[in-house]
Design a protein around this ligand. Structure first.
Ligand SMILES: Nc1ncnc2c1ncn2[C@@H]1O[C@H](COP(=O)(O)OP(=O)(O)O)[C@@H](O)[C@H]1O
Ligand SMILES: O=c1ccn([C@@H]2O[C@H](COP(=O)(O)OP(=O)(O)O)[C@@H](O)[C@H]2O)c(=O)[nH]1
Length: 236
């Protein structure tokens, strides 16, 4: 039995690169999809938000000196590519996925319509929310918090490059230690950068817990969904 009936899973775009310099690494995306499949088989309804760092990093050089909003729209388009790749990989693995975009690109992907998303989830389809929030100056973490609240997810799961929330950025400070759990207020006041403050604040206000865990650790997603001790819980 899953501990949650409906989850919003945020997948790091950058993690899709695997060991490549940019883009989508085939075996990495397949592995991620199989992990998602495992939790759908537990009976958990899954919505996904994926980042764009893997593609956007490849073009970021060209965005130097660019208008911030324009660069952000490029970032959002990168998440559309990742979403399409993810949904297609799900199709190849025998799952049914639907991509819904916050930005209208009607020939490519259907628009985000909340009741439709809810319907898909009830039908057991995986819904992939593309183009973030549709607004510049936001992140896909904030999109995950927003969509998570909209669909009534019981938790936002942030699958990222580190295995939880640390006292400081573990990639910079080897002495940093991991929290098993931490309150939103503490995470915000300590300015912990694992998620942006907008995403933290939105989840705090909606009383929507977040679990931060490693996207690289096999079986971690399933363990999280089964309510086992894994990663860091951020709670009210
Ligand atoms: N206190 C912290 N605890 C954990 N990770 C942190 C912390 N501060 C900064 N980070 C960094 O945040 C990164 C995850 O956030 P982010 O850049 O949004 O990744 P993604 O969106 O690709 O999952 C980690 O790779 C880690 O290096
Ligand atoms: O609501 C949103 C979501 C994303 N973005 C842009 O899209 C990029 C890609 O998303 P993100 O960096 O969150 O991806 P990840 O870190 O997970 O790879 C961001 O840097 C922003 O430029 C945005 O402007 N608004």
């Amino acid at each position: 039995m899953p501990a949650y009936k409906r989850i919003l899973l945020k997948l790091s775009g950058e993690a899709l690169m695997g060991d490549d310099a940019y883009g989508i690494n085939r075996s990495t995306i397949v592995r991620m999809v199989r992990e998602v499949q495992e939790v759908t088989q537990l009976g958990c309804e899954v919505a996904v938000v994926i980042g764009g760092g893997n593609i956007f990093r490849g073009v970021a050089g060209g965005s130097v000196g660019m208008d911030r909003a324009t660069a952000d729209y490029m970032g959002m388009l990168a998440t559309v590519m990742n979403s399409l790749a993810l949904a297609d990989t799900m199709r190849q693995e025998g799952m049914t996925a639907r991509v819904m975009s916050a930005i209208a690109i009607e020939q490519v992907v259907e628009p985000y319509v909340r009741p439709k998303a809810l319907q898909y989830l009830e039908e057991g389809k995986v819904v992939v929310f593309a183009a973030g929030t549709g607004n510049p100056f936001f992140t896909t973490d904030t999109a995950a918090a927003l969509r998570g609240a909209e669909i009534g997810a019981q938790i936002v799961l942030k699958a990222t490059k580190v295995d939880g929330v640390y006292t400081a950025d573990p990639k910079k400070d080897p002495a940093a230690t991991r929290y098993t759990q931490i309150s939103f207020d503490e995470a915000i006041s300590k300015n912990l950068q694992v998620m942006d403050a907008t995403a933290f604040a939105l989840c705090r206000d909606q009383k929507l817990p977040i679990k931060v865990f490693s996207i690289f650790k096999p079986g971690a997603l399933k363990r999280v969904v089964q309510g086992e001790d894994e990663g860091t819980l951020v709670h009210v």
